[in-house]
Design a protein around this ligand. Structure first.
Ligand SMILES: Cc1cc2nc3c(=O)[nH]c(=O)nc-3n(C[C@H](O)[C@H](O)[C@H](O)COP(=O)(O)OP(=O)(O)OC[C@H]3O[C@@H](n4cnc5c(N)ncnc54)[C@H](O)[C@@H]3O)c2cc1C
Length: 247
């Protein structure tokens, strides 16, 4: 998996602060410079004032101002299973690589058995890996070797069958029905800062699956560079608590 930040609203925390200050000012904020807009907020510098205001908004559940700023991520190589989970979030926007217009006719099934095209879950190769919904605990080497063999054989066969169906003239949109849910997909995803925190509440949590957690943690790393005051506050005071952004 790879996650890249494509674009994001410039000066996001200034936009958030201006939006929030609008709510409590009789004046029209757009006619004022940012120093004037922030004059009544505690802090010696503009940065301190922004930090005060953002902390206040987040601690009081005033989340609306965080909807004005948006980031767009390009994600490579997540499973279709992970894609199905993240696209349940209705206030994010997605573009998903098509399996109707993109066919995997030139992939070597032997390479698929080695990890190309289909995401290999850690439980297929790591005897110490324990998934959340796993009835047994850690397993011995022999068991995990068998798991890996079955997994690799199965994904290889799926791709062989898929390519045979293409050779038989079946359209890619129908031949894809035999591909596994672990098949890799690329996607572009845009979401505002409030939604990003909501997604993190749900998908960086301990009960989320490893793959979407990993993707969400990568997104949070970018978010911390993009909106440092907001996501530092989120990391320190909000992450891993009961989801409250959208109760
Ligand atoms: C660990 C885990 C396991 C899951 N297992 C399953 C499962 O087995 N089956 C399954 O179907 N889903 C499952 N989900 C998905 C989950 O139920 C949500 O559908 C998904 O995470 C989207 O989040 P959300 O409901 O907060 O909505 P979002 O689309 O992220 O919307 C954000 C918020 O907006 C509000 N909102 C949005 N749309 C509406 C609406 N139409 N009406 C009222 N309020 C709205 C809600 O407050 C919502 O929380 C699982 C999620 C997690 C994290």
């Amino acid at each position: 998996m790879k996650v890249e930040l494509l674009e994001a609203t410039p000066n996001p925390e200034k936009v958030v602060a201006r939006a929030a200050r609008n709510d409590y000012m009789s004046e029209y904020g757009a006619d004022m410079d940012f120093e004037e807009v922030m004059a009544d907020i505690d802090g010696d510098t503009l940065e301190e004032k922004k930090e005060t205001l953002i902390g206040h908004l987040l601690s009081h559940g005033h989340f609306g101002p965080f909807e004005h700023v948006q980031a767009t991520f390009h994600v490579k190589g997540i499973s279709r299973s992970c894609m199905a989970q993240i696209t349940r979030h209705r206030h994010a926007s997605f573009d998903i690589q098509s399996m109707r217009y993109v066919s995997f006719d030139d992939v070597d099934p032997e390479d698929v058995a080695e990890g190309e095209l289909v995401v290999t879950p850690p439980s297929a190769t790591d005897p110490d890996w324990i998934g959340r919904n796993q009835k047994t605990g850690a397993v011995d080497e022999e068991t995990v070797e068998k798991r890996e063999e079955v997994f690799r054989e199965s994904v290889k066969r799926s791709v062989e069958d898929y390519q045979e169906l293409l050779d038989l003239g079946m359209p890619p949109e129908d031949a894809r029905f035999v591909l596994p849910i672990g098949t890799e997909v690329n996607m572009v995803m845009s979401l505002n800062a409030r939604m990003l925190m909501h997604v993190a509440d749900m998908r960086a949590a301990a009960d989320a699956q490893w793959e979407i957690r990993q993707m969400t943690e990568s997104i949070l790393d970018y978010a911390a560079e993009w909106c440092p005051l907001t996501f530092d506050y989120y990391e320190e005071n909000m992450k891993n608590r009961k989801n409250r952004l959208a109760p």
